[in-house]
Structure formats: structure tokens, C-alpha cells
Design a protein around this ligand. Structure first.
Ligand SMILES: [Zn+2]
Length: 198
């Protein structure tokens, strides 16, 4: 159905570009927003614009941050000799929520996928290598136990071997094929505790 208002049509089109939002949901959202007081809609729009303008990548770990260096990387309370390598910023949220990890992170922003032409060069892998110095105790590979996660973990483990840093992978408890961000806190905490050498 095409609306009599090009403005409504444009809003629906913009909303339906969001992940998991089909045209029907976008339509429902647009009509809902039309029934709200203008200041409510203004608040929503401004929250999105402000977020986009303020948030960038941390120059060290590539998590989202409002500063050049994120609060985790900047914190003296964290153990900077242990780096947990994850696929997406949402994995950092998941592991932080489990409350069981005191090291720092490195966000790859994806996983290798040879079939789709995603190679290590498309990820923040060389940025990880650049961070490493003689002071490192351990690199924990906390990647999804999917095929892409396996390929990426093996690649990074091979790359780190000559550097002589201990490389581990999170262990049991994470169901095969699951995405880390959907795993519950207790399972993440358990998987982090019982990690194995990569
Ligand atoms: Zn950081």
C-alpha cells in the first residue's frame, strides 16, 4: 500500500532498512510515531543523531566509544596483559554483563568467511597484532563456535604462535552454532573460566 503522504512513505522506507524490521513493522512504527506528540518524536530523532555523532571506535580495542580510548582500555583496574578477542561490540556487552572478566578486549568487527570473500584484511586483525608487546600474558579467543568463528580463531592462533603469547579459546557450555551475544551470563562466565589452549 502506498500512502497519500510521501513523508510517511519515506519514514517507512527508512525504518524498514533496520535489521529484523520488515515493511509491516516499519509501517506500524511510523503510524505509532504519527500519533505521538511531536516532542517525543523529536527526542527519538535527536537521541539517534547524537549517538551517531558522538560514538566512534576506540583507537585501541575498536569497541564503540565516545572517547578516543574507551573506558575499559583507559581503566587502571583492568588487566591489560589479557586481551579477549570478540567478533562484535555486542559480545563485549555480553561478557561485561557476565561480570566475570577483568581483562581488556579487541573487537574484530566480523569473522573470516572465505566463501563470501571476507578475509583477515577486512577485520581488525593487524590492529590486534600491533597491540601486542612482550608484556602480554594471554589472548583469549571468544569467537562464536560457528564455521566462520572456527576459521578465524585458527587463523589468529596460527598468527600468534611465533610471537609466543599464550592463546586460549573459551570452552564448553556455548552451544554449537550459537552467537555469543545470545548466550546467558552464567554460561559465558563458565566458558571463560574453563578455557583451553588454542
Ligand atoms: Zn578500548
Amino acid at each position: 500500500m502506498i500512502y497519500t503522504s510521501p513523508a510517511i512513505e519515506a519514514a517507512i522506507e527508512a525504518l524498514s532498512s533496520l535489521p529484523t524490521i520488515g515493511r509491516k513493522s516499519a509501517q506500524r512504527m511510523a503510524l505509532h510515531l504519527l500519533r505521538q506528540p511531536p516532542e517525543h518524536v523529536e527526542k527519538l530523532a535527536s537521541a539517534l543523531t547524537t549517538m551517531r555523532a558522538k560514538v566512534q571506535y576506540c583507537a585501541t580495542c575498536f569497541n564503540f566509544s565516545e572517547e578516543d580510548i574507551c573506558p575499559i582500555c583507559a581503566s587502571p583496574k583492568r588487566n591489560h596483559r589479557v586481551i579477549c578477542v570478540v567478533e562484535e561490540p555486542s559480545d563485549v556487552f555480553a561478557i561485561e554483563r557476565s561480570g566475570d572478566y577483568s581483562g581488556v578486549y579487541h573487537v574484530l568487527h566480523g569473522l573470516m568467511n572465505p566463501l563470501e570473500g571476507v578475509s583477515a584484511g577486512d577485520l581488525k586483525v593487524k590492529e590486534l597484532i600491533r597491540r601486542l608487546d612482550g608484556e602480554m600474558d594471554e589472548i583469549i579467543l571468544a569467537l562464536s563456535p560457528t564455521i566462520d568463528g572456527e576459521v578465524t580463531a585458527q587463523y589468529i592462533a596460527r598468527l600468534l604462535k611465533p610471537i609466543g603469547i599464550r592463546v586460549t579459546r573459551i570452552a564448553r557450555g556455548v552451544p554449537v552454532g550459537s552467537e555469543l551475544e545470545f548466550v546467558d551470563d552464567a554460561t559465558i562466565a563458565r566458558a571463560l573460566q574453563s578455557r583451553v589452549t588454542a
